[in-house]
Design a protein around this ligand. Structure first.
Ligand SMILES: [Zn+2]
Length: 193
């Protein structure tokens, strides 16, 4: 089973894990909660004194009802994520494992700057793509490829779009930030104030 957390879910679960919440559940009624201690399913009839004819939903609890205030402090509603991957029928999910499973794939930022037009094209590459693109020229071609249509009945694309990037600067990964920091240091601040 592969679960991909949305950005909101990843942020919210990371924060809740930091606060000590370890288990994610969905109640039969549909709401989603997190628990510090692994909860178990509980029959709605346990909600004495409301009685068996109250009607309602089964739920997750940590211990037998009635719930103590202390136990209530060890569970919390979620607010930002939708968590559509978890249903009532599912067992509590380990939050730390969820976060590890859906870690963001590594993408390497790349920036190509034309020395002719000074146009900047930015993108990201997977480690495999970076390995397959053997030099700066390949990276430029990959990032700045145009989608001009072939002319006439040939399959030859006769545009000059690539000329713009014949002379260009390619920055990969940390080089982008280093260049920005260098530029910031080199720019002479106006000290007339
Ligand atoms: Zn073109």
């Amino acid at each position: 089973m592969t679960i991909t957390l949305t950005k909101n879910e990843r942020i919210e679960l990371s924060y809740l894990l930091m606060l000590g919440f370890k288990w994610l559940v969905r109640h039969e009624i549909g709401s989603v909660e997190v628990y510090k201690i692994k909860p178990h399913r509980d029959k709605e009839v346990n909600y004495y004194p409301f009685g068996k004819d109250r009607g309602g939903y089964n739920t997750w609890i940590e211990t037998a009802t009635p719930l103590t205030l202390e136990e209530l402090s060890r569970c919390k509603n979620t607010s930002y994520g939708k968590y559509q991957f978890i249903q009532w029928k599912d067992e509590p999910m380990d939050i730390e494992a969820l976060l590890l499973m859906s870690a963001e794939p590594l993408r390497i930022p790349v920036r190509v700057t034309s020395e002719t037009s000074h146009r900047v094209v930015e993108g990201t590459l997977s480690p495999r793509q970076l390995l397959d693109l053997s030099d700066d020229c390949d990276i430029v071609e990959h990032l700045t490829a145009c989608d001009c249509a072939p002319v006439g009945e040939t399959y030859v694309v006769e545009c000059n779009c690539d000329e713009e990037f014949y002379e260009s600067i390619v920055l990969i990964g940390d080089e982008i930030k280093e260049k920005e920091q260098q530029d910031a240091l080199n720019s002479k601040p106006d000290v007339t104030a």
